[in-house]
Design a protein around this ligand. Structure first.
Ligand code: 7TS
Length: 408
């Protein structure tokens, strides 16, 4: 494939991409679920366990100081990567889900009152629905949902109509994991700020596909997971504006998040530690720093061109197959291709594709309300990353045709 990226060099850094599955070379099109891990991140995790393994923020001994320095260095790398104005604005969490729960918990306990409203969209992942439903159950607040059109795009005028003085937060995904839609979050944030409403962005699916600048976006919160951006599992980030993180109460209680404890009264630690109770995922945090180092070596402009070419090529070829309907045809999309076939079940398609070496995801993709919106029970989803190629799409399309022949 003629490409602007040195794709062979990129692929050589990802050991899993060279596996065979069911006797076939693996074609990994399940990047929306998790991305593969480059050797530099794997090496960094290994070095941590071989050389630096120690608890952090508490030891006077050398090993603990080294581990603390590496962990805090990662935080600074993330601050720089996101262009956050202070390192205290970068909280380590278990992932996107944990980050959103942290904010929902804080809002439940300190901001939301009966009759207040939280605004989300029809295309949210369950992680950006259920924590708000729980917050509403707890406080009597009401969940409002921004509708979308048949292409899978936010209806901006409806969004504006839903914004009111009752709205206490807008929580919206940057990129839909099921449709691939890139939402106009900058305009949405701007509209919310007109009436002083804070905005949380679920960045789980955007971070691996584009450069994000939180100051330029001006969002109050931005949540994402390490394992979808070439980093380790079990680690993620909540970016929050300093004054908002100061205002919210701590999420969990325990070690590290306190200044002083007595049975009568406990005082909480400064940011970011106030939100990081207990021994954190130290190796994960350090490994995520290595993933950021890796991302910093990439040419983002050309990666976006490459990923758009992959998406356009796959879309064109899938559209030529009889009986297939693409779910999600927004003008602006990231590398996600979800589809249904009028006769073949997505689960059967996924199973047969796996037999042919192609890993895709099937089902509702943790977006059940979105499935209802499109009147389907699930889809087959191919989601691409920077290391995928046009040749892999050719094999996938061939495999899909073979699978359909077997099923129909
Ligand atoms: N938000 C979005 C938009 C997501 O796509 C996901 C995971 C999450 C939140 C939750 O992330 P976690 O790391 O905390 O689990 N999405 C998917 C997916 O599409 N297939 O598997 C996981």
């Amino acid at each position: 494939m003629s490409t602007i990226l040195d794709i062979e060099k990129i692929r050589s850094q990802f050991p899993t991409l060279h596996k065979t599955v069911n006797g076939k070379p693996l074609i990994y099109f399940d990047n929306g679920a998790t991305s593969q891990t480059p050797q530099c991140v794997i090496d960094r995790l290994k070095t941590y366990y071989e050389d630096e393994n120690s608890n952090i923020h508490r030891g006077v001994h050398t090993l603990s100081q080294e581990a603390t320095a590496a962990y805090e260095d990662s935080r600074r790398k993330l601050q720089e990567y996101l262009n956050a104005s202070r390192e205290e604005e970068v909280l380590f969490t278990k992932g996107t889900t944990d980050a959103i729960n942290l904010v929902a918990n804080g809002f439940s306990r300190s901001i939301l009152k009966s009759g207040d409203e939280i605004l989300i969209s029809s295309m949210e992942h369950h992680s950006n629905i259920v924590p708000w439903q729980m917050a509403c159950d707890y406080t009597g607040a009401i969940l409002r949902v921004i509708p979308i059109n048949d292409e899978g795009e936010i209806l901006f005028e409806e969004y504006q109509k839903l914004l009111s003085t009752k709205t206490k937060l807008v929580a919206i995904t940057h990129v839909s994991n099921t449709l691939g839609t890139i939402n106009p979050i900058k305009e949405m944030i701007h509209a919310a700020h007109q009436i002083n409403i804070p905005v949380l962005i679920d960045g789980a699916q955007s971070i691996p596909h584009m450069k994000v600048d939180v100051q330029e976006l001006d969002c109050e919160f931005y949540a994402f997971s390490g394992h979808k951006m070439f980093g380790p599992t079990g680690i993620g980030v909540l970016y929050g504006k300093y004054e908002w993180l100061e205002q919210l109460p701590p999420y969990q209680g325990g070690g590290d998040m306190i200044k002083n404890v007595s049975f009568e009264r406990t005082t909480y630690n400064d940011l970011p530690h106030k939100f990081e109770a207990g021994t954190p995922n130290i190796a994960g945090g350090i490994g995520l720093g290595a993933a950021v180092d890796y991302l910093n070596t990439l040419d983002w402009k050309n990666i976006q061109i490459h990923e758009n070419l992959l998406l356009d090529y796959a879309t064109e070829h899938i559209n030529n197959i009889d009986g297939i309907q693409i779910i999600g045809q927004a003008q602006r999309k990231a590398g996600v291709l979800s589809f249904v076939h009028q006769k073949a079940h997505h689960y059967d398609l996924g199973t047969l594709l796996d037999q042919l070496g192609v890993a895709v995801r099937t089902g509702h993709h943790c977006t059940e309300p979105l499935m209802h919106r499109f009147n389907v029970t699930g889809t087959t989803r191919a989601s691409f990353a920077l290391y995928n190629t046009k040749e892999e799409i050719d094999i996938f399309i061939d495999a899909l045709k073979r699978a359909l022949k077997m099923l129909l």
